[in-house]
Design a protein around this ligand. Sequence first.
Ligand code: ZN
Length: 500
Amino acid sequence: MEALTALQKRLQQAHDLNMAMSLLGWDQQVNMPPGGAEHRASQLATLSRLQHELFTAEETGRLLEAAEAAADGLHYESDEASLLRVARHDYDLATRVPTDLVAELTRVTALAHEKWAAARANDDYAAFKPWLQQIVDLSLQVAEALGYEDRVYDALLDQYEPGMKTATVARLFNELKEVQIPLIRAIAEQAGAIDNSILTRDYDAQRQEQFSLEVARQLGYDFERGRLDVAVHPFTTNFGTNDVRITTRYERNWLPAALFGTIHEAGHAMYEQGSGASIAGTMLEGGTSLGIHESQSRLWENLVGRSRAFWTYYFPRLQALFPETLDGIDLETFYRAINRVQPSLIRVEADEVTYNMHIIIRFELENDLLEGRLSVDDAPEAWNAKYEEYLGLRPPTDREGILQDIHWSGGMIGYFPTYSLGNLMSVPFFDKAVAAHPNIPDEIAQGRFDTLLNWLQAHIYQHGRKYMPAELFQKVTGEIMSAGPYLAYLQEKYGEIYDL
Ligand code: ZN
C-alpha cells in the first residue's frame, strides 16, 4: 500500500492546486479591481500548468498502476477503491489529449471568446463564424484523441457527464419533445391567463439580500462553511467541502433573479458541503457530474422553491419585507406569477416548461455540426428554424439567436445536455425522498427542510464523486433514467395552473 499512500499524496497536491485556482477565480469575479486582470491571468496560467504537469506526469501514472495492482482486496465502495477509479478516469482524460492540442484549444478559445463577445454586441455572426469553424474542428480532434465507439459526440459529452451516451440523450430528448411541444402550444393558447407584472415592481436590493440570506440559511446552506456575495453571472465555487461559496445578483425590477438564483446556487452548494467527512479535502469531494449537480440545484429551485407549499410559508414573510410593493396580492396570484410559462428566445430566461427546448436545439445542432450535416454558414438559419418549430418563435437577430451563449466560444461543445439531464433527474430524486418521508411537503409548508436535506445528504451528497452519474442514479432510485417522471410532473403542475 506504499504506492497508494504516495499516490494519495500526489493527488492531494494536484487537488490543492485546483482549489487555489478556484479561489483566484472566485476573487476575480467577486472582488478584483479591473486593473488586476492581467496579473490574475498570469497567476492562473502558472497554477494551471503546474497542476497539469503534476497530475499528468509519468510518475502519477506509475503510482496509479502500482496502486491498482495492489487494490484487489479493497471494497468497491471504500474511499481507497473509489479514489483509484476517479483518479484513473481523470488521468486518462488528461493524458489522452496531446499537449499541443490542449495549448491550441486554449489559444483559440481565448481569442474566440473576445470575438464572440464583440460579435454578439454587434449582432455580427459573420465575425464569429470562422472561430466557430475552428472550434468545431478542434473539438473533432479532441474527440478523436479521447476516443469513442459510436458517436463522435460521446467523447465530448463524457467530459461533462461521465459515461453518458449520445444515443441515450437523443432518446430522452425525443420523449421530451413528444410531450413538451404540444404542452407549450396548449399553454400558448392561454397566454393571457397569467399576469406576472407584480414581479417587475420596485424591490429594494438590500431587502432582497435579507430575504435571500434567510431562505438560504433555512434551506440548510451552512454559512459557517460558506458565504453569499454578489456577482454579475451568479455561480457556486468550492475550495473544499468546508468552504463552499455562492453568489447572486439583485435586480430592482425583476424579483426572480435573486430569489431563484440564490436558491439554485444554494442547491449546488449544499451538495458540495455534503461530501462525507472521510473524503473532504480530497479529489473525491464535490459533485460527480454536471448533470447530477444540476439535478440538485433544480430540485431546490423548482420542486421546492417554485412550489405552493414553499410560498405558503414564505409569501407572508416576503410581503412583510415589501409591504408597499405586495400589498393586496394573495398567495395564489404570486404562485401563478412565478410559474408563468412564456416561450422566449433567450435560454437563461426560460421557465420550467420551455427550458428543455432551448437545450434540445443546441444538442441537435452540435451533433449536426460535428457529423457534417450542417455547415457553420447554415447554422444561424438552422437555429432559427428549430426555434420556430419547437417554441413558435423566430429570432429576429442572431444576437437573440445563435450568438446568445458563451459555451461554444469557450470550446464547451457537449456541455448543454447536462442542464436538461439535471431537470430530468430532479423529479425522480425528489419523488424518492417523498416516498421515504411523505411528510416532506407538509414540512416545506412550515419552512422546514431538514428531512429532505438529510435524505439527499445520506443518498447523494455524502458520496461525492465515488459513483458515476448513471450508477448513482440507479443506486438512489432503483431505476434507469427516463423522461416519464419529469413529464408527469410538468403535466400535473401546469395542467392545474393553466386549467388544461
Ligand atoms: Zn446550475
